[in-house]
Design a protein around this ligand. Structure first.
Ligand code: RI2
Length: 318
C-alpha cells in the first residue's frame, strides 16, 4: 500500500512491538510528528503489558531508547517516550506496569484532545471567506482548516503545497477534499506567487519541534513560506500541541535536522551530481506570528518561559 494513500484510521496504529514501531517510523510508513509520539507511547504500553516483571525495567529503557533513535527531529517522539516513563523507573514491576499503561493512555488522550482544542482556536481566528496556505502535511493544520471551513459553511479556500520529495501536500489535499474543503494543490516553489496573487490571509503550518528561543523546526520549505508571508505582512500561525515543545532546548540541546537518502530526490544517480536531502528547516521566531497550543496562543518570544513552566524536572529522561 502506498503510504500516502492510507486513511487516517489505518495510520493510527495500536501497541506495536518497539522494533516494529521504530522501523515503521524510520521508513515513514508512520509519520507526522504528533502520530509518531503517540505510536511510541502506545508501544511502551505494549511492552509494559507483555514483559515479565523481572525484565520489565530494562525492557522499557531499551524500548524507549530504540524509539527515540528512530527519527531525530520531531521532539514529540522523545517527549512521548519520556512523558510515558517519567519518574517510574524505580517503581516495583506491578506498579511500573500499570503506571506506564496509564501514562501512555494519557499521552495519547492529551495529544488527540489537544488537536481538537487547537482546531477550535484557529477556526475562531480565521475570517469567513479567507484564503489560507498550508505547507506539507500536518494533521494539526488539517484539523484546523477543516474546523475553519465548517465554521464558515465552506466559505474558505486553501492552497496546499506539495512538499517534495515526499509530496505530503498530496495527503493534505486529499484529506481536505474528502472533508469538503475548497482546496488547491500547488508545487512548493509556487508558494510565494500564490501568497501574493491569491491575497492569502493566513499561513497555517504544523510543527515538529519548537525550541526555547521561539524557533520552529518543521518540514523543509517552511522557512521560505514564512519568509515570503512575513515580507507580505501575512500572519503565520503554527498549530502545535505542547508535546512539540522541546524541554531539551532549555539545556542547549537543539534538534538534529534529518537528512534522508539521495534516492528520494534522484532515483537514478546522475554521474558527477551530488545530492543533499535535508527534510526539515528552522524558522526563526521573527517569522512566526503565533504558536497555537491546547493551552492557548503562545508568542514566539514567550516560548522559553512557557516550556519551563510546562515540563517538570526531567530526571532520568532519555
Ligand atoms: P502533525 C511532519 O513531519 C511535517 O513536518 C509536519 O508539519 C509535522 O510533521 C507535524 O505534523 P514528517 O513526519 O504532528 O512528515 O501536525 O517528516 O501531524
Amino acid at each position: 500500500m502506498m503510504w500516502h494513500a492510507m486513511s487516517e484510521a489505518e495510520r493510527e496504529p495500536g501497541a506495536l512491538p518497539p522494533a516494529e514501531a521504530a522501523e515503521r517510523i524510520r521508513s515513514m510508513e508512520i509519520r507526522g510528528a504528533a502520530l509518531i509520539g503517540r505510536t511510541a507511547a502506545r508501544s511502551l504500553a505494549g511492552v509494559a503489558k507483555d514483559t515479565d516483571a523481572a525484565a520489565l525495567r530494562d525492557a522499557l529503557q531499551a524500548a524507549g531508547e530504540m524509539l527515540v533513535a528512530a527519527r531525530p527531529t520531531a521532539v514529540s517522539l522523545r517527549n512521548g517516550v519520556n512523558l510515558t516513563l517519567d519518574g517510574l523507573r524505580e517503581e516495583d514491576p506491578p506498579v511500573l506496569r500499570e503506571a506506564v499503561e496509564q501514562r501512555a493512555a494519557r499521552y495519547v488522550d492529551d495529544s488527540l484532545s489537544a488537536r481538537d482544542r487547537i482546531a477550535e482556536q484557529v477556526a475562531e481566528e480565521v475570517p469567513k471567506g479567507a484564503t489560507i496556505l498550508t505547507h506539507c502535511h500536518s494533521s494539526l493544520a488539517v484539523a484546523c482548516l477543516i474546523a475553519a471551513s465548517e465554521r464558515h459553511g465552506g466559505d474558505l479556500r486553501v492552497f496546499a503545497d506539495e512538499t517534495r520529495p515526499w509530496h505530503q501536500g498530496h495527503i493534505t489535499s486529499r484529506l481536505l477534499a474528502e472533508a469538503g474543503v475548497d482546496v488547491t494543490l500547488i508545487v512548493d516553489s509556487a508558494a510565494h506567487l500564490i501568497l501574493e496573487a491569491e491575497a492569502v490571509d493566513r499561513v497555517v503550518v504544523g510543527a515538529d519541534t519548537i525550541t526555547a528561543d521561539g524557533a520552529l523546526y518543521n518540514k523543509i520549505g517552511t522557512r521560505a513560506v514564512a519568509l515570503g508571508a512575513h515580507t507580505m505582512g501575512i500572519p503565520v500561525l503554527c498549530a502545535a500541541e505542547t508535546h512539540k515543545m522541546s524541554p531539551y532546548s532549555l539545556d542547549g540541546v537543539f534538534p538534529e535536522v534529518e537528512e534522508r537518502n539521495a534516492e528520494e530526490v534522484l532515483p537514478e544517480p546522475l554521474p558527477g551530481v551530488k545530492v543533499r536531502n535535508p527534510v526539515f528547516d528552522r524558522t526563526p521566531p521573527g517569522l512566526i506570528t503565533r504558536f497555537i497550543t491546547e493551552k492557548g496562543p503562545v508568542d514566539p518570544l514567550e516560548v522559553g518561559p512557557f516550556i519551563e513552566g510546562h515540563f517538570g524536572a526531567r530526571e532520568g529522561w532519555i
